[in-house]
Design a protein around this ligand. Structure first.
Ligand SMILES: Cc1ncc(COP(=O)(O)O)c(C=O)c1O
Length: 387
């Protein structure tokens, strides 16, 4: 891999998170800033159309609009990623090169059909972004998908369990990879932007006042989140009517700080390097270990849910569990009443064409590397009671 641009030094975390194919990797403050640099590159290279999955966070679409690109949304399948035939049709209909933003929601592996459509897209002159926000940790584990054959994978340099035989399947090749890091790792900010050899996005600007404010706000948020997590679990009552109507003070403080932090991310649109503090945290964290812990927590909740009439859509992935159930809104509400908030909460954007569906039966569960066994049981009980 080339040395990263913008004087960011070559560091361990960057090497781990970027594909092993030749290219350039940098760490920015946020995922939307990474997408902004991609959009700017597209604009100067006459790529005016971005193709996004209908199920997305609005922060994934906004950077393209702000940089003057058109955005076309394509239906998703049951695995929450592009529906392969719908993506194929959209690309057949495009009479210009498009940027396909493939989002690996829940770190769910793409099926063969999608892999084929993405490969054909690139062969047809389109560009592919791998949005690995939910998959960055899962990619570090041996039975995950990988961008390269096993012998050259950087993950071999890390201490890995030797009992499992790695079963690596290649990820579809991409032109860019982005990943907002704070969704799975307890950093104040941070996002990976990798671009393949031959593509050089603009360098980020210098960090300014809003960026410092953002780091400080997120730092407070992480403290409040830890306090909420450590709180003695509320006993699971047989009847939801017994539960307190208002969330406890700790939860209110957490939610207020979350709103403030997200507001600052919306304001900090200028692409800048990751904060010094978050970079240091990334250097210290043992990311493969965190990945294993996330995978363990996901498996533990899946096991606790046992025969409950629901589906864990990303069972065994190193990501927060995504549950498919008609009772998803009730589950989200029940957990929130206990101060347990969904890590991924995407409301249907008003701009999405009516012709496109939106999965209302999916809820993400805050169950991760620091969730105790007792709390996993409690979460499972709350979910089951809400069905
Ligand atoms: C899949 C995905 N990609 C990109 C982003 C944007 O990342 P950030 O919030 O760091 O700007 C998000 C944010 O929710 C996301 O969920």
């Amino acid at each position: 891999m080339e040395q990263p641009a913008s004087g960011q030094g070559h560091d361990e975390a960057l090497t781990r998170l970027a594909p092993t194919t030749p290219g350039r990797a940098i760490l920015l403050e946020s995922g939307r800033q990474a997408l902004t640099l991609i959009a700017r590159w597209c604009r100067t290279h006459h790529v005016g159309l971005a193709v996004l999955p209908s199920y997305h966070c609005d922060t994934m679409a906004l950077p393209f609009w702000l940089e003057g690109m058109r955005v076309h949304f394509v239906e998703v399948g049951a695995n929450l990623q592009f529906d392969p035939p719908a993506l194929g049709t959209a690309l057949d209909d495009a009479d210009e090169p498009a940027l396909v933003v493939w989002s690996r929601v829940g770190a769910i592996a793409p099926d063969t059909a999608l892999t084929t459509v993405l490969r054909r897209a690139r062969e047809g002159g389109h560009l592919v972004v791998d949005d690995a926000t939910h998959a960055v940790l899962d990619d570090l584990l041996p039975d995950s998908l990988s961008t390269s054959p096993l012998p050259t994978s950087p993950m071999l340099t890390s201490p890995m369990p030797t009992t499992e035989a790695p079963a690596i399947r290649p990820l579809p090749a991409c032109d860019f990879r982005v990943a907002s890091l704070r969704k799975l790792v307890a950093v104040t900010d941070g996002a990976l932007l990798w671009s393949r050899e031959g593509i050089t996005p603009d360098s980020p600007a210098t960090r300014s006042g809003v960026d410092g404010e953002l780091s400080a706000a997120r730092s407070t948020l992480l403290t409040r989140s830890a306090a909420l997590e450590a709180r003695t679990p509320v006993p699971v009552s047989a009847s939801m009517a017994d539960l307190p109507a208002a969330p406890p003070r700790l939860a209110d403080d957490y939610l207020a700080q979350l709103a403030r932090s997200e507001e600052l991310f919306d304001l900090a649109t200028m692409p800048v390097p990751i904060s010094h503090g978050a970079r240091s945290q990334l250097d210290i964290f043992d990311l493969p270990r965190q990945a294993r812990r996330r995978r363990r927590a996901n498996r533990a909740l899946t096991r606790e849910l046992g025969d409950a009439p629901l589906e864990v859509l990303n069972a065994g992935r190193a990501c927060f569990p995504l549950i498919g159930s008609a009772a998803a809104p009730a589950i989200e509400d029940a957990l929130a009443r206990h101060g347990i908030f969904s890590p991924q909460s995407w409301p249907r954007p008003a701009y999405l064409p009516d012709s496109l569906g939106w999965p209302t039966d999916v809820v993400s569960i805050d169950c991760g590397p620091t969730t105790s066994t007792e709390k996993v049981k409690q979460i499972a009980a709350i979910i089951t009671a809400a069905l």
